[in-house]
Write a protein that binds this ligand. Structure first.
Ligand code: DX5
Ligand code: ZN
Length: 217
């Protein structure tokens, strides 16, 4: 299991220190939540901030674009140094074109699905994806409660990926904690995003260990 801590719950006034602390604690990924105030109610940060912090960090930058018409910003985020760009299927009219554009920039690509969005939207693009992000809360805020029906969705996606002989990663985002981690991993999750349940419980090395121990249960 890969744990990707969501910076949404970190101290935005000390992002460079937070990134260094994650690396020191042995984490390899970090999750950036980009919110535009349109696709979701909140506004967070954009490509210029990621670009500045790219220089300060060797972590894998997993960038979750909660942005309407994300195709407008793919080049900016690729240039900022994103390693993985995840766009919402609900936010772009021409999903295939948006994904091709991400890959053309040499960046790994993923599609995020809101809790109610059926897996069938992935039917024709799944084989182009490095990762699928299953939202287990409605995006826009940290600290929300995990929506139970998304467990079944993870399992069904996992079966779809296996049936096609693909290696696509399954990421789960929202309300993840060490208590639901064992079941998430059992259902097929490969990458877990955690905001409040991670940053709210320092030290980071011990908290990462707690998630990994839960995943191994
Ligand atoms: C929600 C974001 C998540 C959020 C998760 O819209 O996409 O990444 O930070 O936070 P928790 O883990 O607190 O639910
Ligand atoms: Zn996210």
């Amino acid at each position: 299991m890969i744990l990707s801590p969501s910076l949404l719950s970190s101290d935005y006034g000390r992002l460079a220190d937070e990134l260094a602390a994650l690396e020191d604690a042995g984490l390899s990924w970090v999750h950036w939540d980009v919110m535009d105030g349109m696709f979701v109610p909140n506004i967070t940060l954009g490509a210029p901030i990621i670009k500045k912090l790219r220089k300060a960090s060797g972590l894998f930058f997993d960038v979750h674009l909660m942005v309407q018409a994300p195709e407008r910003y793919i080049a900016d985020f690729a240039d900022a140094g994103a390693d993985m760009l995840v766009v919402h299927a609900e936010a772009t009219n021409h999903l295939e074109r948006t994904l091709s554009e991400i890959r053309r920039m040499g960046v790994q690509c993923g599609v995020a699905l809101n809790p109610h969005t059926p897996l069938c939207v992935l039917e024709y693009v799944l084989d182009q994806l490095d990762m699928v992000l299953i939202m287990s809360v409605n995006p826009g805020f940290g600290g929300q409660k995990f929506i139970p029906f998304t467990m079944r969705k993870i399992e069904e996606l996992s079966a779809m990926i296996t049936a096609r002989g693909l290696k696509t990663l399954i990421q789960v985002d929202g309300g993840v904690d060490p208590e639901n981690t064992p079941e998430l991993v059992r259902r097929g999750a490969d990458v877990l995003v955690s905001g409040s349940a991670f940053f709210g419980h320092p030290p980071y090395r011990q908290r990462h260990d707690a998630f990994q121990a839960a995943a191994a249960r």
